[in-house]
Design a protein around this ligand. Structure first.
Ligand code: BGC
Length: 761
C-alpha cells in the first residue's frame, strides 16, 4: 500500500522515466530486494508486540510440514572430502535451517564460533581468532568477556550468519579434556558468569547465542558412548550451575545438548536435565538443539525436551511427522518446539534487524584480540624479578621451540578458526593436509611470530631462534645468550583428550636442558589447559598464554617486556601430576582405538568403535580446587593464582549478613611502583553440617590501581552462591549457620577472614 502511494506520487511528479530506469537497474533490484519480493507484513512483524505473542501468531499460520521443517537442520556439509555439498541457501556454517519465506521467517544460519567464526576457508572469508575461551576466563574481567562476544557477534553479522554456536561451559572435571580451551574453567560461578557475558554480547549484536554442551560432556574420550554418572546435588551445585548462570545473564536463544549419556539417558533425550532442570527450573525460553548427530530417538527425545535435531532429519523429519499424526507426540509439543525457535528469533532481533554482509573489520578485530589477550596471560613464576625484561638493556636472547619463529598455536576441532594464509607451520610430508575440522589432524599455527614480536621489543639485542627439536643444540644457544625464552606447547582438539598432563614431544627434556645451560630461563606455555612442569623450580619465569589468538605474540611480548602488567589469574588448578587428579586415568582412554584416518568424519574417539562405558564422577562436589582443599593436596599452581609486576595488600574485611543477604567489603592497596589490576577474590566456607568442600568462590572484583593507590571493594553476594541444593525438596536452600568469608589474591592466599552468621531460608 505504502509503495503504491509513493509510486503514484512519483508519477504525478512527472519522473516516470527516471523511475523506470531505476526499476530495471540491477542496483535498484539488489539494494531493494523487498520491492520485487515484499517482506510479508503479517501482524507478527509488529516490533512492539512481545516475542511470544509474535511467535504464536506465526505458529498459527504454519502447516505441519513447515513446522517439521523448522525442527531439524538441512544437510550439513562439513568441508571434509566426501561431505555433502552445501545447500545453496546455506551460508556455509555448521548448521542451516531453511526458513519460511512466505511468512517472512528467514533461514537460520549457524556458525561454530567458540573462539572466532569458523569455516571461513571454503568461502575465502577471514575471521579474527580470539584467545582461548579459557584465557578469557583467566581475565576474570566481565568487560573483556563482553568484548570477546562482541567480536564474535560482529563478525558473524558481517558474514551473514544469524546464530552463533559456541558458548561452551562444561566445567573442568577433566583437566586433560581436549576441549578445555573452548570452556571457562573449573568453577561454576566464574565459568557461568564469563559465558553469560560472552553470549549477552553476541545477542546484543542481534545474533542468536547458544550455550553448550549440556551437560557433563567433560571428556572427549568416548564422548558418543560414555555415560556420565553424577548425583543430582553435585550436578546442580557444580556443572549445571554454570549453565544456569550463563543462561540467567544472557538469555541465550539456544542450548545444545551433548553427545554423552547422563545417568543412563542420552543428554539429548534426558527428561531430568532438559525438561525438569533447564526448562522448568531455569525457565529457559529458547530451544534445545542436539549436538551434531547427538539425537537418538523421535518420541523419547521429543517428550524429554529436545526441540531440534541437528543437523539431519532421521528422527525429527518424517519420523516426527508420523509420531505427531499418530498422537505419540502431541501437536502441542511440536508447537512448543516451533514457538521456542520463533520467539528466540523475534526476541534477539534476527528478524527485525537481520545481518547485512560486509567485509569484516580486520583492524578492529586485531586490536580487540590483542587487548583481550593482554588480560589472559597468567604470570605463574617470576624469580628474582627477572621479568619484565628491559628492551634497551638486554644484549642477547635465545628464543627456543614451539615454532615461535613463525606462529602461535590454536585449538582444533569444530572451533578451529582458519588461519590467514593457511597453517603457518606446514605439515610434515605425508601428514593430513588442510585445516578442516582439525580433529586428529595437525595442529594449526597462526602466522603471528613471537620471535618477531620479541625482536621488535629489543631492537639492539641479538635475538636468535632454535627450533628446540635437539635439546643439546637449544641448550648451546641458551648458554651463549643472556636470556633464554622457551616456548612449549600442548596441542589439543575436539574429538580426543590428552592422555596425560605432561607436555608432549620431549619438551620437558628441552626445558630442563635449556634451564641447565642458562639460569635466566623463561618458559611460555601455549596449552589447551593445565600441564605439569617438572622443571618449574629450575626456571626463573613461567607465563601461561593458553592459545593466545591472532595477536598473541604481541601480547606475550608486551608482558615479557613490561608494556603490559599481567593481571590474569588461573581459572583452573595446575596439578603436580596425573596421580593427584580425581581420576588419575581418563575413564575409557584405554579403549580408544588408534586415530581415524584423515577425512573419516567426526564423532571423535569412540563412535561405533568402543564398547559403552561409564564415567563415574565419584568426586561429586569436589571439582578443581575443591578437590585439592578437601583432599589436602598441594597443587603446582592453585586456582585463582597469578602474579603481577606490582604487589597488593588486603585489609579491612567487613562481612555483614542481613536476612538472606551478605555484603562484603575490604580494601586492596597497590603497594608497588607500577599501575596494575588485581583480581580480588572472595570465598566462603559453609556451615559445618552443610556437607560441602572446605570453600567455594562466591565473588570477585578486578580492581585497577595506580602505584600506592587503595580502593574499597563492596560486593553484594548472590544468595544462590551461598546455597546448597536440597535434592529431597528439589530446591536451593540457604543454610542457617556460621559461615566464614575469606578474601585474598588466590584460592590459597586468603589473608583476610571473618565469621558471619546467616539466618538462612
Ligand atoms: C561439536 C559441536 C559443534 C558441532 C557443529 C560437534 O561435533 O561437538 O560443538 O557445534 O559439531 O560443528
Amino acid at each position: 500500500m505504502h509503495r503504491l502511494i509513493s509510486l503514484a506520487r512519483l508519477k504525478r511528479a512527472g519522473i516516470t522515466a527516471i523511475l523506470l530506469a531505476l526499476v530495471v537497474s540491477p542496483a535498484w533490484t539488489q539494494g531493494r530486494a523487498q520491492v520485487s519480493s515484499p517482506a510479508p507484513q503479517g501482524p507478527w512483524m509488529n516490533k512492539n508486540l512481545p516475542p511470544d505473542q509474535r511467535a504464536d501468531m506465526v505458529v498459527e499460520q504454519m502447516t505441519l510440514d513447515e513446522k517439521i521443517q523448522l525442527v531439524h537442520g538441512g544437510p550439513g556439509g562439513f568441508g571434509a572430502p566426501g561431505a555433502p555439498a552445501q545447500p545453496t541457501r546455506s551460508n556455509g556454517g555448521a548448521g542451516w535451517i531453511p526458513g519460511i519465506p512466505r511468512l517472512g521467517i528467514p533461514d537460520i544460519n549457524m556458525a561454530d564460533s567458540a573462539v572466532g567464526v569458523t569455516r571461513g576457508a571454503a568461502m575465502s572469508r577471514y575471521s579474527t581468532l580470539l584467545p582461548s575461551t579459557l584465557g578469557a576466563a583467566a581475565s576474570w574481567d566481565l568487560k573483556a568477556a563482553y568484548l570477546y562476544g562482541t567480536v564474535i557477534g560482529r563478525e558473524l553479522r558481517d558474514q551473514g550468519y544469524n546464530m552463533s554456536i559456541g558458548g561452551g561451559v562444561d566445567i573442568t572435571r577433566e583437566p586433560r579434556n581436549g576441549r578445555n580451551f573452548e570452556y571457562d574453567g573449573e568453577d561454576p560461578i566464574l565459568a557461568g558468569t564469563m559465558v553469560g557475558q560472552i553470549e549477552k554480547a553476541i545477542q546484543d549484536q542481534h545474533i542468536m547465542g547458544d550455550i553448550k554442551h549440556y551437560a557433563l560432556n567433560d571428556q572427549e574420550t568416548g564422548r558418543n558412548i560414555g555415560n556420565a554418572i553424577l548425583d543430582k546435588r553435585s550436578m546442580r551445585e557444580s556443572d549445571l550451575l554454570a549453565f544456569e548462570i550463563g543462561l540467567r545473564d544472557s538469555q541465550a536463544a539456544g542450548f545444545m545438548c551433548s553427545y554423552n549419556k547422563i545417568n543412563g539417558d542420552w543428554a539429548c533425550e534426558n527428561d531430568y536435565t532438559l525438561n525438569q532442570v533447564l526448562k522448568k527450573a531455569f525457565g529457559f525460553k529458547g530451544w534445545v538443539m542436539s549436538d551434531w548427530g547427538g539425537t537418538h530417538s523421535t518420541v523419547k527425545a521429543a517428550l524429554a525436551g529436545l526441540d531440534q535435531e541437528m543437523p539431519g532429519s532421521g528422527f525429527f523429519g518424517d519420523a516426527l511427522k508420523k509420531a505427531i499424526e499418530s498422537g505419540e507426540v502431541p501437536v502441542a509439543r511440536l508447537n512448543d518446539m516451533v514457538h521456542r525457535i520463533l520467539r528466540s528469533m523475534f526476541a534477539v532481533g534476527v528478524i527485525d534487524d537481520p545481518p547485512v554482509r560486509q567485509v569484516v573489520d580486520v583492524f578492529k578485530g586485531l586490536e580487540d584480540a590483542q587487548s583481550i589477550a593482554a588480560e589472559t596471560l597468567v604470570l605463574l613464576k617470576n624469580a628474582n624479578n627477572q621479568l619484565p625484561l628491559s628492551g634497551a638493556g638486554v644484549k642477547s636472547i635465545a628464543v627456543i621451540g614451539s615454532h615461535a619463529d613463525v606462529g602461535t598455536l590454536s585449538g582444533g576441532g569444530s572451533a578451529q578458526v582458519n588461519a590467514p594464509g593457511g597453517n603457518a607451520v606446514k605439515p610434515a610430508p605425508g601428514a593430513a593436509a588442510g585445516q578442516g575440522m582439525g580433529m586428529g589432524r595437525e595442529a594449526v599455527y597462526f602466522p603471528d611470530s613471537p620471535l618477531k614480536a620479541i625482536r621488535a621489543k629489543a631492537p639492539k639485542a641479538k635475538v636468535e631462534y632454535n627450533a628446540g627439536t635437539d635439546p643439546a643444540a637449544a641448550a648451546a644457544l641458551a648458554k651463549s645468550s643472556e636470556i633464554a625464552i622457551v616456548f612449549v606447547n600442548q596441542p589439543t582438539s575436539e574429538g580426543r583428550d590428552v592422555a596425560t598432563l605432561a607436555l608432549p614431544d620431549n619438551q620437558d627434556a628441552l626445558v630442563s636442558a635449556v634451564a641447565g645451560a642458562n639460569p635466566r630461563t623463561i618458559v611460555v606455555l601455549e596449552t589447551g589447559g593445565p600441564v605439569t612442569m617438572p622443571w618449574s623450580a629450575n626456571v626463573n619465569g613461567i607465563l601461561a598464554a593458553w592459545y593466545p589468538g591472532i595477536r598473541g605474540a604481541e601480547a606475550i611480548a608486551d608482558v615479557l617486556f613490561g608494556d603490559v602488567n599481567p593481571s590474569a589469574k588461573l581459572p583452573v588448578t595446575f596439578a603436580k601430576g596425573d596421580q593427584d587428579l580425581p581420576h588419575p586415568e581418563i575413564p575409557g582412554i584405554k579403549l580408544v582405538p588408534p586415530p581415524p584416518p584423515p577425512g573419516a568424519g567426526r564423532g571423535g574417539a569412540g563412535r561405533g568403535m568402543m564398547p559403552p562405558f561409564d564415567v563415574p564422577y565419584t568426586e561429586g562436589l569436589k571439582v578443581g580446587y575443591k578437590w585439592y582443599d578437601a583432599e589436602k593436596k598441594e597443587p603446582l599452581f592453585p586456582f585463582g593464582f597469578g602474579l603481577s609486576y606490582t604487589t597488593y595488600s588486603y585489609s579491612g574485611l567487613k562481612a555483614t549478613a542481613a536476612g538472606r543477604n551478605l555484603t562484603v567489603s575490604f580494601t586492596v592497596k597497590n603497594t608497588g611502583k607500577r599501575a596494575g589490576a588485581e583480581v580480588a577474590q572472595v570465598y566462603a566456607a559453609l556451615p559445618a553440617g552443610a556437607g560441602e568442600p572446605p570453600k567455594r568462590l562466591i565473588g570477585w572484583e578486578r580492581v585497577q590501581l595506580g602505584p600506592g593507590e587503595s580502593k574499597t571493594v563492596n560486593l553484594t553476594i548472590d544468595p544462590l552462591y551461598l546455597s546448597i541444593f536440597n535434592v529431597d525438596r528439589d530446591a536451593w536452600e540457604l543454610m542457617p549457620g556460621d559461615y566464614t568469608v575469606m578474601v585474598g589474591a588466590s584460592s590459597r592466599s586468603l589473608p583476610l577472614n571473618q565469621a558471619v552468621k546467616i539466618a538462612g531460608t
